[in-house]
Design a protein. Structure first.
Length: 294
């Protein structure tokens, strides 16, 4: 299929892009790398009257790291995240996840802002934003606001961005030096969207988890923090019984969809397996790995 007819405007600045959004509202779509929007246009899943190209706005590109904050411009490409020494050293979870995003050709053009604003529920980066407790910086003609990742993703392909707002950056407080991370996804082929995936960050003291954020993707209409399941694991000596109770809490928290890739039951099973593997990895407890006898 081919895209429906639309007008095209290349923004010359953020202010120019915001003026165009204010004028056209819901009738406009913003294009950064185009790796998600162009297929949607060609399949006529999106039929805007105007496409606003922000891809050449250098002011939205780059990574700035200070002791207390890491800021990633919305037009920073996936490949830039993979190559960044700051990301590798301070946000290894993000680097691990980006390596699973599609294929090199897409990572060379796709941007973090485009990925997050697209809000695909099977995408890796939104779940990482939850696990890392990130903030999304939205800018409109009236100023900027910070939207916590937990409130940014509102449904399938929908976010808390207003029609006249632009996602300009992501802010992440560097995790503690003792933080540990876990990332894994189940996909039919390398580069495919995940059937289920998990991005996790934990703080471990001794043999206990004292902080845990479990960001799942591919299990609903948006990425999801498994809050109740994490609460069952934090501050306790994790035994097989405790882990089983946490997996039971996870069952109650999620409502996985069924589609051509997997049944709801299969996704639920994979989510439980990922939790066990994450806890085993984060605590360095091989006895908790899925399939191991207690």
């Amino acid at each position: 299929m081919k895209a429906a007819a639309f007008s095209y405007a290349r923004a010359t600045s953020v202010a120019d892009a915001l003026a165009l959004l204010a004028r056209h509202g819901d009738e406009a779509k913003v294009m950064s790398g185009g790796q998600s929007l162009m297929p949607a246009l060609n399949l006529r899943l999106a039929t805007p009257s105007l496409v606003i190209d922000i891809g050449r706005l250098a002011e939205l590109r780059g990574i700035t790291a200070t002791p207390g904050l890491i800021t990633i411009g919305a037009l920073t490409r996936h490949v830039d995240l993979l190559r960044s020494p700051e990301i590798a050293a301070r946000l290894p979870l993000l680097r691990a996840a980006v390596a699973h995003v599609a294929h090199p050709a897409i990572r060379n053009r796709g941007t973090i802002g485009g990925n997050l604003a697209h809000a695909d529920p099977a995408s890796e980066l939104p779940a990482c934003m939850l696990a890392l407790d990130a903030g999304m910086i939205a800018r409109g003609q009236k100023g900027e606001r910070r939207i916590a990742a937990e409130h940014f993703f509102t449904g399938i392909y929908t976010t808390a961005l207003a029609p006249d707002e632009l996602l300009v950056a992501v802010e992440i407080a560097p995790p503690p030096l003792e933080a540990r991370f876990f990332f894994r996804e189940f996909a039919r082929r390398s580069g495919d969207y995940a059937m289920v995936g998990l991005a996790a960050m934990a703080v471990v003291e001794g043999a206990r988890l004292v902080g845990l954020r479990l960001g799942y993707f591919g299990i609903g209409d948006r990425p999801q923090l498994a809050l109740e399941a994490a609460a069952r694991l934090v501050g306790r000596d994790v035994t097989a019984h405790v882990l089983d109770a946490a997996q039971g809490a996870l069952d109650d928290e999620i409502d996985p969809p069924q589609d051509q890739q997997a049944t709801s039951g299969m996704r639920r099973y994979l989510a439980r397996q990922l939790m066990a593997e994450a806890v085993s990895t984060l605590l360095d407890r091989p006895d908790l790995k899925p399939g191991r006898a207690p």
